[in-house]
Design a protein around this ligand. Sequence first.
Ligand code: ADP
Length: 235
Amino acid sequence: MPESLVEFQNVHKKYGHIHALKGVSVSFNKGEFVSIFGPNGAGKSTFLKLLCTMTAPSNGKILYEGVPLNKLKDGFRSKFGVISPQPFLYSELTAMENLRFYARMYNVQDIDDRIKTLMDKVELYKRRNDKVRGYSRGMLQRLSITRALLHDPDIVVLDEPYTGLDTHASDILTRILTELFDEQKTILMVTHNMKQGYDAASRLAIINGGKLVLDVQKKDISIAAFEHQYTEAVS
Ligand code: ADP
């Protein structure tokens, strides 16, 4: 059996008296696309933050390729591309200036070529010299996707990426996720959109009350059966 890419071993996360994650044990392999569902406050964002080392567990262990989090070398975070509700962009800079800033931070080679390739994919290249301040919500989200993928991360983590997107921006995001999946990137996406999440994924998970309450390969469950399981799990 190949070693898991990421493994959670009985992971707990407490914020003061709030027990946000209550003993999650799960592992992911390279190339999996996992859609994660659950009601508000279930612990989904906390799970993603732990995964991309934006916060540390209160108890339990997280291993990357068998190595515990606290033993990992600097620069490890560049394995991740994070697309979250916060765009992490500077509104007074142009799109190009924002992307060059992040590209330098991550030591991206051939910066301008890489930026052009990605901005073409999200159909923003023509607007590259506009200040981000003037971008619509959909454009901001497309730009934040570009920012997150600049350094060609192995693991792409998305927290509700479809929220607030119009149909056009949603279609672009779906196309990009399909390409990333074809490239064998590991993708973990929290979403409320059952159809988009189901269609895109190879594996489906439900988090509720700080626990992983369902974890199933998509090939083993129809969307109708999964929707039924979801209703049962969260009621
Ligand atoms: P979800 O993403 O499923 O909506 P979260 O992981 O954001 O859930 O939150 C899980 C629980 O932890 C909630 O009760 C939330 O209020 C709490 N929580 C999340 N982040 C913090 C934080 N930084 N400080 C205090 N409580 C938090």
